[in-house]
Design a protein around this ligand. Structure first.
Ligand code: SF4
Ligand code: SF4
Length: 104
């Protein structure tokens, strides 16, 4: 399971940590690297369906899943086209609830 930093720091530092976590600090580092493809994971427990990540993605591959509702009663964000992800971290940086982890 990937490390998550829930302590509050600057947005940029949080995004850097989450990205770094996928490289260095995570027990799944090797398997993630072997996967070779950039991707994100949305922790639906924290997603409030605000859509900020949808607007932030420069390649438009994040959407809200209107067919599902999470435990909070929101449509959760999800990745629509994993091969197109560049691991730019824009979505994770914008998420106010730190629900997104970026892997590359
Ligand atoms: S990491 Fe970048 S390219 Fe990938 S889903 Fe997030 S905003 Fe889009
Ligand atoms: S920015 Fe975060 S809380 Fe908002 S929809 Fe995206 S993942 Fe969910």
């Amino acid at each position: 399971m990937c490390l998550r930093m829930r302590a509050s720091t600057s947005i940029r530092r949080r995004a850097d940590f989450r990205l770094k976590g996928a490289w260095d600090g995570c027990c799944d580092v090797k398997s993630e690297r072997e996967g070779t493809m950039a991707r994100i994971e949305v922790d639906e427990r924290y997603c409030k369906g605000c859509g900020l990540c949808v607007d932030a993605c420069p390649v438009n591959i994040v959407a809200l899943d209107t067919s599902r509702i999470n435990a909070k009663g929101y449509h959760p964000a999800y990745l629509t086209d994993q091969p197109a992800c560049t691991a730019c971290t824009s979505c994770a940086t914008m998420c106010p609830d730190m629900a997104i982890t970026v892997y590359r």
